[in-house]
Design a protein around this ligand. Structure first.
Ligand code: HXC
Length: 517
């Protein structure tokens, strides 16, 4: 019979207890809801066998300022580090089986600990959230705990990637910390985000709504723009995190990973030459352009259901990680409205933080006219996009595929906002505005005084079109670096990315800018 040291047996026993979180019954309840436990989630996120847990023995502190609660080893959050595709990441996973995954002073201490380690080591930090928010029993200690996390979220922003996966109800502070991070992934029908839940809303405003309609993934993906990606189930959500990270460096000093999978696809590219219809009012699908220019299956669209007139997403071109920003002319003609401005701005800034070159495809008739847009501050929101592109120091490449009218020309990474390479397709139309609008302003009197005003207006519009609705006028004035055949787009972007890979464009020293928010 072999002797086992009782101290080691005790350690094993305590560790086993910690693994049980809130106990078997609550774990069964969690599974019955189609949700995994925090440990199962960490296992499913990381490369197999790479997780190392930290501080599993921590418990909550009860004192005169708190309401006594049962103590659980780990205090409702599993923290530690492991690897994704061989790169180190730090993780925290809230355990809903322990007091609803709520945030206490000690849970906050554990989360801040892995955040600090992630910063010090220049690695991403990933939160798997499933929480009722601030733990009511802990009062101000729980609120202070959130403040500690929020401060770190803000200060670490742009230094290390911060990602939140919403895997259950996430109320109050459990919604605000993700909102300060780079990426929010939700799970359909399983995760909810709101500051105040349906009960509180009913009590305060009298409005009646269920959790899904208030803050489910459909709401945050399509209406509020709070979430970036959504998944059918937990595993798909965790896979999306792994995929998202594959485009990003571990921190703001490194370059994104280069994946050497360059394969020329001339046959496919040839179809680009016929994608833009001859009739400028006929739409085409910009997603198809992106699919044909990017490496096969590499485009990961972000916020695909919100502000669909704008497209943002990560992709690879010839192995280089790039951020793609574009208009979708088949949705609202690719017009830029408030939501589209916000969507593109945030994405441009994220790419710039993490040294991801920006590739911009332009086809937009301009900013959306209208009283509602003006009164809601489209000036302020559009200014953000100008600010973001002007401020970005990563390689910037622009391709004007068709309309680049007025503000849309300027704001969409135009040459003198500091864009490195600006290309136009022969179908590009670069002008202050469309022909009809322009002639009605320029030649109002002449048209009114004409015997046949309609015909006169048409004739003048045709003249205007001949002069401005092409890229040659802009190119002859130096506003376009080259006019290219659409089928050359991929190779031109690849060549530009190679030529710009050592770009050095330091910004003037300052504390920080004052972006219009
Ligand atoms: C303490 C809580 C809790 C909380 C839930 N629990 N929320 N304990 N503080 N805030 C506990 C429950 O008592 C229960 O314990 C367990 O967690 C599971 O909760 P259930 O209600 O049984 O689960 P479910 O029906 O799935 O509902 C989950 C929920 C709901 C939607 C999260 O519990 C809820 O609405 N909670 C309150 C959410 C909230 O308003 N939080 C405060 C936000 S304010 P047992 O022992 O039975 O397992 C905030 C301030 C931050 O966060 C400020 C930031 C700016």
């Amino acid at each position: 019979m072999s002797f086992e040291d009782p101290r080691i047996l005790e350690l094993r026993e305590i560790r086993e207890k910690a693994k049980q979180g809130g106990g078997k019954d609550r774990i069964n309840k969690q599974h019955a809801k189609g949700k995994n436990t925090s440990r199962e989630r960490v296992r499913d996120l990381l490369d197999p066998g790479t997780f190392n847990e930290l501080e599993p023995f921590i418990t909550s502190h009860n004192d005169e300022s708190t309401i006594d609660t049962e103590k659980f080893l780990g205090d409702g959050v599993v923290t530690g580090y492991g690897q994704i595709d061989g790169r180190t990441v730090y993780v925290y996973a809230q355990d809903f089986t322990v007091l609803g995954g709520t945030l206490s002073e000690m849970q906050s201490h554990k989360i801040c600990r892995v955040m600090d380690l992630a910063l010090r080591n220049g690695t991403p930090c990933i939160g798997l959230l499933d929480s009722g928010g601030a733990r009511i029993q802990e009062g101000v200690k729980a609120l202070g705990g959130y403040a500690e996390i929020f401060r770190r979220n803000a200060q670490f922003s742009g230094v290390i990637p911060q990602i939140s996966v919403m895997l259950g109800p996430c109320a109050g502070g459990a919604a605000y910390s993700p909102a300060l991070q780079d990426m929010i992934v939700m799970v359909e029908k399983k995760s909810f985000m709101f500051l105040t839940g349906p009960e509180v809303i009913k009590a305060v405003t009298g409005e009646v709504i269920d959790a899904e309609s208030l803050g489910g993934s459909d709401v945050h993906m399509a209406i509020s723009g709070v979430a970036h990606l959504s998944a059918h189930d937990e595993q798909q959500a965790l896979n999306l995190v792994r995929r998202f990270l594959s485009y990003l460096p571990s921190n703001n000093i490194e370059n994104p990973p280069f994946k050497s999978i360059y394969e020329d696809t001339p046959a496919k590219e040839n179809t680009l030459n016929s994608i833009v219809p001859m009739d400028p009012s006929e739409p085409y699908v910009m997603h198809q352009v992106i699919e044909q220019v990017a490496d096969k299956d590499s485009f990961l669209e972000i916020q695909p259901a919100w502000a669909r007139n704008a497209i943002v997403g990560l992709a690879r071109i010839g192995g280089y990680s790039v951020g793609i920003v574009a208009q979708e002319p088949s949705v609202l003609a690719g017009v830029i409205d408030i939501d589209a401005s916000d969507k593109m701005t945030r994405f441009v800034r994220m790419c710039d933080c993490f040294n991801i070159p920006l590739v911009t495809f332009v086809d937009s008739p301009g900013f959306l006219p209208g009283i509602a847009q003006e009164h809601s501050g489209i000036i302020r929101h559009g200014a953000k996009l100008l600010y973001a592109y002007s401020e970005a120091t990563v390689p910037k490449i622009t391709i004007i595929t068709r309309k680049a009218y007025g503000g849309a020309y300027v704001v969409m990474s135009s040459k003198y906002l500091g864009t490195d390479m600006t290309f136009a397709w022969p179908s590009a139309e670069i002008a202050v505005m469309g022909a009809e609008g322009a002639v009605n302003i320029l030649y109002k009197k002449q048209i009114e005084e004409s015997d046949k005003p309609a015909e006169e207006s048409k004739r003048l519009a045709e003249e205007y079109r001949k002069k401005f609705n092409n890229p040659y006028m802009a190119a002859s004035n130096g506003y376009i670096d080259d006019i290219i055949e659409p089928r050359e787009t991929r190779s031109k972007i690849f060549a530009a990315l190679s030529a710009l890979k050592d770009k050095y464009a330091p910004a003037p020293p300052r504390k920080h800018g004052n972006i219009p928010v």
